[in-house]
Ligand binder design. Structure first.
Ligand code: F0G
Length: 499
């Protein structure tokens, strides 16, 4: 057998080239590893709810990508340009300009964060008894719709509910489902369709531009508004660029604009795409509606030129908007999420596929079939991961879904997930390696994770402040499988190896 020597040419073709983050680190914030026995105590004290942990007890914090971004040197410089006038701050005009330039909406109402915008929007558009269709619910968005008297209806395509479906645009709206709703309730009872891009609870999944346009056409025909949840629309635009036919050479900034053209208005949490620690906005095309929103913002948030934000926050958000659509940035942002996801897939851990934009979602129902949904497998898995490694994740399953306001019963969503959410520009690939190893460790010992039950259940958005306790050890399984060693291996003890 002859072995052909590789020519320079061959080497160039086959050599793997790595990519790296398009920034270097100027300021660091030390983080500290704790011991497993400390973490066991901390999670018990936190009622097995990762929201109730002190962040200083967390090693790698993947609770959320919301408000956790590292700002750039330019954004920090912008903070020094804060014009803290009560009215008419120049930073407001900079923000208005950025929203017009990159999102294309003429009317801007700043709010302290996304849910502030959702509150204003739901109050001006919804009448009690109305119906709001959307591509899967989001917790705060639906809570505001329900508080205003509407019923939310999920019109996302079926594939979104299947964590194993490889559909490239699981955020798409099912036009058939939407049209059935319009027939059933009448267009006059549907003030708007709530379209999220990307869809957080489906796993950070994108919607196609073509689908968004179909929704817009359908709604225009029926006199129904389209409101975009633009929280992660830049990430959605990147998926459109990568996956939608004909979009490969269109810039992310141009795609974002095209997406917004389909909508009559948008709510925004600047704490995600826009790379700031606080801030949001409501944007509208209609002047009259914007005036109504301005009438309310002064009651709930602050004057219409600051909406609960300091001038410096608005400046940082204006700069962050421009940075968020830079191609290098967005490629590495989603590249890092996929780097972690690919490792977990390689290890055989069940995750939502395809990988989404802001997080890797572990399929807790698949990982922990021995825990019934009534004992909150995703909540239990998030606790176990924390005890194992100090990595903090978030439940996105039965606890987040809450109770049906009509029946009072627990909603049981099709997806029972744990979200490993990647903050923007904060962690390196080495952190991602540690996370993957930690998840793999819990995965190997998954059958020792125990279910949970409520000890305290808040009425609204219960996942934030609920407390739990471990359910009594289930039927003999632990003992039979692990013998006398069992006690040191179940949840609460997982992680001993890392001490
Ligand atoms: N819409 C989406 C899709 C969101 O993900 C969020 C927040 C909001 C609206 C509300 O924005 O937090 O600024 O009031 N999501 C955070 C998360 C909390 O962790 O996913 P907010």
């Amino acid at each position: 057998m002859t072995i052909r020597a590789a020519t320079n040419e061959d080497t160039r073709v086959t050599r793997h080239r790595s990519w790296a983050e398009p920034w270097k680190i100027k300021v660091v914030e030390p983080i500290r590893m704790t011991t497993a026995s400390d973490r066991k105590r901390h999670i018990e004290e936190a009622g097995y709810n990762t929201f109730l942990l002190h962040s200083e007890h967390v090693y790698i914090d993947l609770l959320t990508d919301s408000g956790t971004s590292a700002m750039s040197d330019r954004q920090w410089a912008g903070m020094m340009l804060g014009d803290e006038a009560y009215a008419g701050s120049r930073n407001y005009y900079a923000l208005e300009d950025a929203v017009r330039t990159y999102y294309g909406f003429p009317e801007l109402i700043p709010t302290h964060q996304g849910r502030g915008a959702e509150h204003l929007l739901s109050t001006i558009l919804i009448k009690p008894g109305d119906h709001v269709p959307g591509n899967m619910y989001f917790t705060t968005t639906r809570a505001h719709q329900e508080l205003a008297g509407a019923t939310f209806h999920d019109v996302i395509i079926d594939e979104a509910h299947d964590p194993t479906s490889e559909h490239p645009f699981k955020g798409d709206v099912d036009l058939g489902k939407l049209s059935t709703l319009v027939k059933r309730y009448g267009a006059s009872r549907i003030p708007y369709v709530s379209v999220a891009a990307t869809v957080n609870l489906a796993g950070g999944q994108p919607i196609r531009l073509a689908n968004l346009r179909q929704v817009a056409d359908f709604c225009r025909m029926h006199g129904i508004k389209v409101i975009l949840d633009a929280t992660r629309a830049v990430e959605n635009a990147w998926f459109i660029q990568q996956r939608e036919p004909g979009m490969r050479h269109v810039t992310v900034a141009e795609i974002l604009k095209m997406m917004c053209e389909c909508a009559d208005g948008a709510t925004m949490s600047g704490k995600k795409d826009s790379l700031v620690n606080i801030g949001g906005w409501l944007a509208l095309r209609d002047r009259g509606l914007a005036e109504q929103a301005r009438g309310l913002v002064v009651v709930y948030e602050g004057l219409h030129t600051y909406g609960g934000l300091a001038g410096r926050d608005m400046e940082a958000m204006a700069i962050g908007i421009a940075e968020s659509v830079e191609e290098d940035y967005i490629r590495s942002r989603i590249g890092q999420v996929h780097y972690l996801g690919q490792q977990l897939i390689g290890l055989g851990v069940p995750v939502v596929k395809p990988l989404g934009g802001h997080a890797v979602f572990l399929d807790a129902a698949a990982m922990l079939p021995h825990i019934p949904r009534s004992e909150f497998p995703a909540q239990a898995l998030a606790s176990a991961l924390y005890v194992e490694s100090g990595v903090r994740a978030m439940e996105r399953g039965t606890v987040s879904a809450g109770r049906d306001p009509e029946t009072g019963e627990n909603r049981t969503p099709s997806l029972e997930l744990v979200r490993l959410t990647i903050p923007r520009r904060v962690y390196t690939q080495a952190h991602m390696d540690v996370v993957a190893e930690s998840v793999a460790e819990v995965f190997d010992r998954r059958r020792y994770v125990r279910g949970l039950r409520f000890t305290y259940e808040p009425k609204l958005l219960r996942f934030f402040q609920a407390r739990f306790e471990l359910v009594a050890r289930p039927a003999a399984s632990v003992v039979t499988e692990m013998g006398s060693d069992s006690n040191s291996r179940e949840i609460g003890e997982i992680g001993v190896r890392l001490q």
